[in-house]
Design a protein around this ligand. Structure first.
Ligand SMILES: Nc1ncnc2c1ncn2[C@@H]1O[C@H](COP(=O)(O)OP(=O)(O)OP(=O)(O)O)[C@@H](O)[C@H]1O
Ligand SMILES: [Mg+2]
Length: 505
């Protein structure tokens, strides 16, 4: 394989890449950069850690150097941390151009409350209530609006905050952008816990139809049709040809555990890894902010250098915690799926799924936080008896069989009581901090901002929950009756075989 000039990049850019240790193009770069330079729309689907960011940053910088003006390129991404990471890549690679970038994300308000002291709670600086939040957000909006009106070359934004600016300000103009990029494009289009579709509509209404649209993710295929409606100009589509959807360097494991023993397994695993490897960083994914909080407190109680990242924390704290983890000040990061996409932290050797992800694509992104850019890594998923079907669908989608991780169950059982008591203590301590109440306030705040009635929404949610649980019961009944039928068939077959054996003898 040749160096990066073989994909059509100019000498100054190739030199800049070399300084950053990017010598040869990765397959996604080799295949996507030339059509982008030719002016085509592009959809690139390549495994996690395969260099998709540079695959869009480099051609944009090259085109910008030929015709510099602002605002030249708009990048949308689902999380604030990822927005900063992408802007940094633009800044470093675009340094010789004197690139001006602007990051537009929510939650950047100034601190208005004093930090709580204490080992645990100084990190757990939760989001503010509605009354604290509005005025400071306004200041934050003004600063960002000013930055936008200064004509940066590249704007990297989360859709919600950028849509707010478009709705409320006329000091900047996106009608001349040349590039619209959606990183983690499938996430931006799906209607997950954060629904970006309305904000995307607002943004798409102000960008020109004549533009180049670039869409990248490790999991594009589910949302292909929706994506094609955004990249309208017969996009060049490239997908890595590999059979598996996770990287070969990743050793994928599972541990089958009863729910009650899960935390003891977790503590034992971490103890093992920290005893054996001084320089290993570990990310533990869990499904809710509360679980993230409790697990962090619990591991801290066992003196593991642990820090957390979830959406109920203040943004300033989120950035600070991530920075400390990246710098290996803390070796263990416990996070919700807010950290599952795009984050590039080369020191991460292990990803542990404290809960089995409900969707294979969530699994793909989570485990993709390790084994990046050709490095090795291990992922371990804690699986309870209720999650086995989820593992099967993960295996089916990723075309990889998860192997059991060997553990000394005896050793785990030795610490079981201590771990469960410690967890309970942490739960009680968290309950005394009105965590749930703050979560409720934040949810209501979000709904009000979305123009919805929180009480009506709560009613709708309760009804939905009722329907879901009825559906679940119905499904269970069907499964039980299928099981009974199968058992009956098996019994009948066995008796028939016995009879046949008797008559033949
Ligand atoms: N040509 C290259 N040679 C060597 N390393 C590279 C090259 N291109 C990118 N990298 C490095 O690979 C790592 C992963 O890149 P990147 O974050 O762009 O992956 P990604 O494909 O976007 O992954 P994800 O799907 O998780 O977002 C980064 O540390 C980046 O510096
Ligand atoms: Mg990426």
């Amino acid at each position: 394989m040749n160096d990066l000039s073989s994909v059509g990049l100019s000498d100054w850019l190739v030199k800049q890449c070399k300084q950053m240790g990017l010598n040869k193009p990765t397959p996604v770069q080799e295949n996507c950069i030339p059509p982008i330079l030719e002016g085509r729309d592009c959809m690139g689907c390549a495994k996690t850690g395969s260099g998709k960011t540079a695959a869009f940053v480099l051609p944009v910088l090259q085109k910008l150097s030929e015709e510099p003006y602002g605002i030249f390129c708009l990048v949308l991404t689902p999380t604030r941390e990822l927005a900063y990471q992408i802007a940094e890549q633009f800044r470093v690679l675009g340094k010789p151009l004197g690139l001006r970038d602007c990051i537009v994300v929510g939650g950047m308000e100034k601190e208005t409350s004093t930090e709580e002291s204490g080992k645990c709670f100084s990190q757990f600086n939760f989001c503010l209530a509605v009354s604290d939040w509005f005025p400071v957000t306004w200041t934050d909006m003004v600063n960002q609006a000013l930055a936008l009106s200064n004509q940066p070359h590249v704007v990297v934004a989360t859709p919600g905050r950028l849509a707010d600016h478009i709705r409320s300000s006329n000091t900047f103009n996106m009608s001349k952008i040349k590039f619209l990029i959606l990183d983690e494009a499938d996430r931006l289009l799906e209607q997950g816990c954060t629904d970006f579709t309305k904000d995307l509509e607002v943004i798409l209404s102000v960008v020109p139809a004549k533009r180049q649209t670039l869409l990248f993710s490790a999991t594009l295929t589910d949302t292909l049709q929706e994506l094609k409606s955004i990249a309208m100009n017969k996009p060049f589509f490239w997908e890595s040809t590999s059979e598996t959807r996770t990287v070969e360097e990743l050793d994928q494991r599972y541990i089958l555990t009863p729910e009650k023993v899960k935390d003891a397994y977790l503590v034992h695993l971490i103890q093992m890894f920290t005893d054996q490897h001084d320089d290993w960083s570990i990310i533990i994914f869990t499904n809710t902010c509360k679980s993230c909080q409790i697990l962090t407190m619990m591991l801290q109680a066992f003196n593991f250098p642990t820090i957390c990242l979830h959406s109920m924390m203040k943004q300033k704290q989120r950035f600070a915690n991530l920075a400390k983890f990246k710098a290996s000040v803390y070796k263990i990061l416990i996070a919700t799926d807010v950290a599952s996409r795009g984050l590039d932290i080369p020191t991460v050797q292990v990803v542990i799924n404290h809960n089995t992800p409900g969707l294979p694509k969530i699994y793909i992104h989570r485990v993709g936080r390790t084994a990046r850019a050709g490095r090795n890594g291990v992922s371990i998923t804690l699986v309870t008896q209720y999650d086995i079907h989820l593992v099967h669908s993960i295996e089916e989608q990723t075309k990889t069989k998860l192997k059991e991780y060997p553990m000394e169950e005896k050793e785990v059982l030795k610490i079981l009581t201590q771990v469960n008591v410690t967890r309970r203590e942490c739960e009680i301590r968290l309950e005394s901090t009105d965590f749930d109440e703050k979560k409720e306030i934040n949810k209501r705040k979000q709904l009000i901002l979305e123009g919805k009635d929180p009480d009506l929404e709560a009613k709708r949610k309760a009804e939905l929950q009722k329907i879901r649980s009825q559906k679940k019961k119905f499904k269970q009944k069907i499964q039980e009756s299928i099981q009974r039928q199968k058992q009956g068939q098996l019994k009948r077959k066995q008796t028939k075989n016995k009879k046949a054996a008797l008559t033949s003898s």
